[in-house]
Design a protein around this ligand. Structure first.
Ligand code: GLU
Length: 282
């Protein structure tokens, strides 16, 4: 049975791009007679706000989307994320890192999909994790060598060769948070029994890392469906700070959410909005 999810981070209001993501996940599950889950990705304590989590639920109802089972909270899983990190440490694939963002930016000589590539400063240094705040990083080359060649399947793009090396030594647990996006999302998709991970093309490359973590942690391997993004005329993703209305704004203005969802399903976007990354077909 197909199981999909919509997994917003409650650090801002949702906009049309999120509505599209939720509709794709919902419709993909319903078309296959499966389950559609809602997971609030609230492990970033500094940025997560309850009002945005509550707003996301209201937005989905306004769009006419119903989810199965209780709302899942990623923050309820931090113990499991810590266990997953311990397993990677026990395999000798994780190391403590003390570098600041500024130090990394100054020392980095290349860029990866997430920004400056970590130059490996703390790798092999044996940084003492008991001695103040540290982040934990994956020793990417060692991890990729241990896993061997990997592929993954995207419903729109077909068979993809995993190249997690382009990310360098990713963060597994942050200094200020017990987990990281990559580790938490990979763990939770397995814990929730997700069989088809639907999300935007902006996270396409991240899947290389998730496939690697699945292999190392012996987690089941789903298929992925990376959908087109809604962009502005300059090709950039929608953002509240550049004036894109939030779904809450639209709700407040009396817009019919189900009609709006029907427009998105039909590929009809509002003025000044376009489909990025390969058309409107989901
Ligand atoms: N929580 C992530 C976000 O809001 C999405 C996670 C995912 O779909 O992998 O960007």
């Amino acid at each position: 049975m197909i199981v999909t999810r919509f997994a917003p981070s409650p650090n801002g209001p949702l906009h049309a791009g999120h509505a599209h993501a939720a509709i794709v996940a919902h419709d993909r599950a319903r078309a296959g007679g499966g389950r559609f889950l809602l997971r609030i990705e609230d492990i970033d304590g500094a940025r997560s706000r309850e009002e945005f989590a509550a707003g996301a639920l209201a937005d989905l109802r306004w769009l006419g989307l119903d989810w199965d089972g209780p709302v899942i909270r990623q923050s309820a899983r931090i113990g499991a994320h810590a266990d997953a990190l311990d397993r990677l440490r026990a395999m000798g694939l994780a190391y403590a890192c003390r570098c600041t963002r500024a130090e990394i930016a100054a020392a980095a000589s290349a860029h990866g999909p997430d920004g400056p590539l970590y130059p490996g400063t703390c790798r092999g240094r044996g940084v003492d994790a008991r001695d103040g705040a540290v982040a934990w990083r994956l020793d990417m080359n060692a991890a990729a060598a241990r896993a061997g060649p990997l592929t993954w399947h995207d419903e729109r793009r077909g068979e993809i060769r995993a190249t997690p090396e382009i990310f360098g030594d990713i963060v597994l647990a942050r200094k200020d948070a017990p987990g990281s996006y990559h580790l938490a999302v990979t763990w939770d998709d397995a814990a929730d029994g997700i069989t088809c991970v639907t999300r935007g093309m902006d996270l396409f490359a991240a899947t290389h890392v998730h496939r690697l973590l699945q292999q190392l942690l012996r987690l089941p391997v789903p298929v992925w469906h990376h959908h087109a993004l809604i962009v502005e005329g300059d090709g950039r993703k929608l953002a509240k700070r550049r004036g894109s209305p939030s779904l809450a704004d639209m709700r407040g203005a009396g817009v019919d959410g189900r009609a709006f969802a029907a427009d998105l399903r039909g590929g009809r976007l509002g003025k000044g909005l376009y489909w990025g990354d390969g058309g409107s077909e989901g």
